[in-house]
Design a protein around this ligand. Sequence first.
Ligand code: NAD
Length: 467
Amino acid sequence: MNDNPFFELFSKQQQNQFAVGNTTYKQRLKKLNTLQQAIEVTYRSQIQEALQMDLGKPVVEAELTEIYAIIGDIKHAKKHLRQWMKKQSVETPLSMLGSSSYITYEPKGVCLIISPWNFPFNLTFGPLVSAIAAGNTAIIKPSEMTPNSSSLMAKIIEDVFPEDEVALVEGEVEVSTELLKLPFNHIFFTGSPKVGKIVMEAASKHLASVTLELGGKSPTIVDKTANIDKAAKKIMWAKFLNCGQICVSPDYVLIDESVKLPFIKSCKKWLQTFYNDNPKASDSYGNIVTDKHFERLSSYLENAKTLNAKFEVGGETDSSSKFIEPTIISDLKPEAKLLEEEIFGPILPIVTYESLDMAIAYVNSKPRPLALYIYSKSKTNTNKILNNTRAGGSCINNSVLHYANHNLPFGGTNNSGIGKSHGFFGFKAFSNERSVLKQHTFGVTELLFPPYSGFKEKLARLTIKWF
Ligand code: NAD
């Protein structure tokens, strides 16, 4: 008897996995439609309310970065699913004459999806869309930090799916720990690199495959050829969206020192345009998710003050409303916490460089980021940065938006993640690419079966030389 509290649920899904896995294109389409209806219509206003309660998320942001993002994922999957599910024929080498080969995308089986709090709906339902499209069953464990969103998601899942197909369990870290003991076929984790390592260690016990969507410090390089005002506008939008609580948020700006002052001047102008003089009263600005994260970010500000850094903009905080003003800080010492840890909040450090080589060396001195943004009009500089750094993804003269193109794989590299998601890449993450070779007629390889003779030796040599 297994005493894991989720063993029974897991077993039900395990027993059901082939029935779910053998569903047709039309049956999967129906599931995606039902989920779309629930999110787009039935629960839409409740989703907005839950996000307001958990994160103070403005309605427009909830619509664009959560509801639209999921609906976009569903529509893209529906449009391409028939094609994705088709077996793909591959070429047959001459030495294998008489056979044909293809790849079939079979479901991995029973999957675990662990999601974070910053885009609770998007980062839970996004992977789920890929899991369903690929024909899997799934158990979901959302973040305990956004309880209103998590309990609403539990309601939606219960409403849309039988539990032997998709189930959601709420709870704290202990729940994740118990789930991770079960022999899932695939684990899709979105969260911090620290917990990613725990997930990967647990997965190794059963050799479950993993997709790890992690985070880290994503740099933004602004060179002296960039359109500074446009760069400032886009960076201010991307940095303070969701209060900086985005995995692909520009973590820090690396800027040519000759353009630092006009850049900061433009940043101030755009912040004023976006959030007025009083961001606390702005309907377009959110709050920090929990007291713990508020304290973590406040301690970074204290640390910067102690090190005599220059507060170019903001710095004001209010613990009662978990408010942190959009803040820009320069002249930070290398040991400042803001330059060491992923910020994941509305504080932007500005670091200057004298040469592009120095900027590249700085990026490469840190773990590989999830995103790296380049603002430049110079093709040479842009290529130099792209060719001499490594990152999960990049935007040139923009930030964050590469995340939204379903045709691009999304994910990190090493410390920022393993594996990719979105669109076909998400479908592949939840599929086993099974190789199938079918023998139709006599195969020439049979000529090489034992007993070996001088003739077969010659034939083997000819095969190596010509085929
Ligand atoms: P987190 O790693 O603390 O938590 C993520 C999930 O893991 C939650 O559901 C949590 O309950 C669970 N968890 C926490 N500790 C655990 C443990 N010891 N064992 C098992 N499970 C555990 O991350 P977070 O604070 O929710 O989110 C912020 C982090 O996620 C940032 O690093 C951010 O960059 C990253 N992130 C990445 C992406 C991406 O797509 N790459 C998206 C959003 C957030």
